[in-house]
Design a binder for this molecule. Structure first.
Ligand SMILES: [Fe+2]
Ligand SMILES: [Fe+2]
Length: 192
């Protein structure tokens, strides 16, 4: 997926919207974040959220599903904060926490896939690196004040994350499932 480099530049769209909440096309629910102290706790649960966990996202590995849910929760909270017109300082801190969550998740997942003996690991890593490089670039752009965060950036992030889970992460689900079954058959407590 091509990564746009100019999201939000010279744009204050979310503020011009007057904080209006745009739920987007998918049913929404809020999840737990990776860095809760940096996450704004909204006054009320929205009726519809920006990105919602779906059963189709599950890779069958509890810890990885949990991390994916956390990431989805952070993206939702970031989107809500952008829509409310939170300060750039607040948004930068939240974006930074989201990038940290993505980095930690990718490192965990790659380590897991290595232990799993997953053949597609190199290609999978390339996909991770592509997003991380782009996120790091955008973080520096925001921190330097060259751009403000926009709903468009988060819509792109949502698209990338859902596409990656469905097209890359789901590919190792069958292999992971067979390993979990083998470990359970021998009574191992380490089903990761
Ligand atoms: Fe992945
Ligand atoms: Fe993942």
């Amino acid at each position: 997926m091509a990564l746009p480099m100019r999201f939000g530049i010279n744009s204050n769209d979310s503020r011009r919207d007057g904080g209006r909440y745009d739920p987007g096309p998918m049913e929404v629910r809020r999840g737990a974040g990776c860095s809760s102290q940096l996450i704004h706790r909204g006054p009320a649960e929205p009726a519809r959220a920006f990105l919602v966990w779906e059963a189709a996202f599950s890779v069958g590995v509890w810890e990885i599903d949990r991390q994916h849910r956390s990431l989805i929760g952070l993206i939702n909270q970031l989107y809500e904060s952008v829509s409310r017109g939170e300060s750039d300082t607040k948004l930068q801190a939240m974006f930074s926490a989201t990038v940290g969550c993505v980095r930690n998740h990718f490192a965990f997942e790659e380590s897991y896939l290595e232990r799993l003996g997953y053949e597609g690991l190199a290609v999978h890593k390339e996909s991770h690196k592509e997003l991380l490089d782009w996120l790091d670039h955008m973080r520096h752009v925001f921190d330097a004040g060259f751009a403000t965060m926009s709903p468009e950036l988060l819509k792109f992030l949502k698209k990338w994350v859902t596409a990656h889970i469905l097209q890359y992460d789901r590919r190792y689900a069958a292999l992971a499932g067979r390993k979990i079954e083998r470990l359970m058959a021998i009574g191992s407590v380490d089903v990761m």
